[in-house]
Each structure stands twice: as structure tokens, then as C-alpha cells.
Design a protein around this ligand. Sequence first.
Ligand SMILES: Nc1nc2c(ncn2[C@@H]2O[C@H](COP(=O)(O)OP(=O)(O)OP(=O)(O)O)[C@@H](O)[C@H]2O)c(=O)[nH]1
Ligand SMILES: [Mg+2]
Length: 367
Amino acid sequence: MTIGIGGAGSKLASLMDVDKATIVNVSQSELNKTAAQNKILAVAHSTRGQFKGAGKNPNVGKTAYISINEEIYTVIKGDIVFTSTGGGTGNGITSVMLEKIASQEAVQQNDKTMFSFILPYVNRESSEYVENTIDFLLGPASKGIDSGNTGNIMLFSNKLKFEGRIAEHDYNTMIVSSLKNFMVIPTKGDELELLDGHIDHEDFGVYCSKPYFNHFSQFEYTPDKPFAELLQENFNALLLPPEETIEAMFLLEVPSKDQTAYFYNILDYFADDDVKPHYGVVLNPNIEKPLLTMSLLYSRKPKELVDDFKQMADLMTRKKLKKSINQFVKLEERKMDIDTEVRKIEESSEQTGNSVLDVLKRLKKLR
Ligand SMILES: Nc1nc2c(ncn2[C@@H]2O[C@H](COP(=O)(O)OP(=O)(O)OP(=O)(O)O)[C@@H](O)[C@H]2O)c(=O)[nH]1
Ligand SMILES: [Mg+2]
């Protein structure tokens, strides 16, 4: 079963699993818009109508979590949760959920939940989405991962959506098909003639229950190119690029049995880093060229990602600060150079180790 929380999460869950998806929102009208088997309304404020969203405020989602705590916690066990990290509903509800998961002593392998996060594209999306994302990644997401109690985490990004000017529904379809290509690995192992290795449902379940980031992609395999190059060229543009691989899994489908031995090339590539992938090679007479479905697990914290987000957030804050100084200070009288003022604040924040963003928050220049 698939669970979608908030606007983006619900649309993706519904596409992934139209027959059995559960969607959660604080807004009845948003719930009405998306088809799903099971709909859960989280109550944010008892006195307010249930037709508004969280208005990009994760605290609304966090408060609303209490109303669905028991129900949702049972529903997500062993399943996949989709949520964006930028909005208020998905971020807020999932934050509390992750804190709760992190506080458990140990979660059994079968009960581990996989998470698909949809990250905003910094260059085009609002600063609230970006700030919420930074808080989410550094806080509850990190806690959840560090506890070892989550399953795989998929970091989808809206970068390609904006850069490629792709319509929302089409982009969601791309995300879902790419995830399905990975999830179908053990079923293909059942249905197609096995030529070497094997990934059964149990192996696959164990792999998915590991608390690491999962980067998967699917591409034509050719022995003509070094595998390192081929893999690099075929990273999944819907996901953030992976860091150093600690575990891997692949399914190689070949149209002809004499291509079976290709898989040794892939094992050789990983052996350099002492990674021994789980693999299966199957005969698929319906394809023309060998097809590889590859998954890489990596554990490093997405620090670069957060740094990226922070840099952009600081840049936006600098712009806001310029605007606000322009508004409130009579430049003619004080002959103040805005750039110097901004720099001063930046320098003082560097000395104290705080970002411009933090300093401004303290100065109440921001929300
Ligand atoms: N890929 C994709 N991203 C989406 C979609 N809908 C919203 N987003 C992104 O998700 C973020 C906004 O989060 P939503 O899921 O709309 O927000 P929410 O969780 O419902 O929270 P509130 O609306 O604030 O109550 C932004 O980064 C949007 O670009 C979608 O259908 N597909
Ligand atoms: Mg919403």
C-alpha cells in the first residue's frame, strides 16, 4: 500500500497505487480532488473549517498529526510514504511521524517504512518551501535516518520539472514509473526465466528496509563502454545524484542467453569499492537490447544538498534585506551603503557561526 501526505504526496500516491492508496490532508477540498481508496482528514483546528491547507506552515501539519496518530502509524508500517518537503501539511505530519519512528527502540524489518521526498527547485520555488525543506532535512529526516528505523529514502527533486518545463501530471507520472521500475524487480525475477543470480521477494524486502538513500535508474546496458561511464551518464535525473555507494542491487534483462555474462562487468566495477551487489539476470525475449535496472544505496547525509539549499536561502535573504533597508532607511541623510550594511551583518554572522538567515530571524527581519 502507498500513503500520500499533503498535496504533492497525495497525487503521487494515487498514481502509484490507485486501488489501494491512502491519502492524508488537513484540507477536505484537497482530499476531494485526488482519487484514492482511503482518505484521512487530519484535524488542524477544531474551530476552523476543514477546507484550508496548512498555508506552507509545518506547525499546522504537526498539530494536525495528533488527530491521526494511531491510525496513520498503523497504516504506514511496511509501506511507502510520499510527501513534499516544502509545504506545511506533508512536511509537518511527516516530521512528527519521523520523530516517532526515530524514538522507537527498534522497528522490525517488515514494518520499516520507505519514504519518497519531493524536494523543491531552489531557483524557482518560494523561500518558504526552501526553508521548510532545510528544517526538515536537518531535523526529523536526519533523526529518522540516524535511528536506523526507516527503510530506504528516495530524494526526488523538482529540478528537472522546472528546467524541462514539464507539466505536473507528466512529471508525477515520470516519478512513479521510475519508482515502479525499481519496485518490480522481484516480480520480474519470478516471471522471467532466470539465467544467473536471483533476487526474491525476501531479498528485496530486506534491501528496501535498509535506512539509506536509494538512487535507482534504468537504462540500456552496453558492454562497449566502461561501466563507470555508462552509469554516470544514466543517473536518474528525477533523483538527487548519489554519494558513495555502500550497497547495490541490479536486475539485468537480456534478449539472448549469450549476453548473460555481461553481468560480470558490473560486478567488477563494484568490486573496486568492495561492494558486492545483489543481482539477478533474466531472459526477456520482448526487448531488443539488454536492459539494466540499477539501485545504489548511500548513507552519507545529504550535506551538500543542505549547503546548496542554505546558500540559496542566504542569497534570497540578502535580497530581502536590501529591500527592507531600502524601505526603512533614508539613504540621503545617512549616506549608508546597503552592500556594506549587508556585508557587516554577514561578517558578524560568520564570526558567530550563524547564517545570515539565522541572524535575520533573530533580528525579526524574517517571519
Ligand atoms: N512533483 C510535484 N511536486 C509538487 C506537486 N504538487 C506540489 N508540489 C511541490 O510540493 C511543494 C509544495 O508542497 P505541497 O505538497 O503542495 O504542500 P502540502 O504538503 O499540501 O502543504 P500545504 O499546501 O502548505 O498545506 C512545492 O515544492 C511544489 O513544487 C506535484 O503534483 N508534483
Ligand atoms: Mg496542500
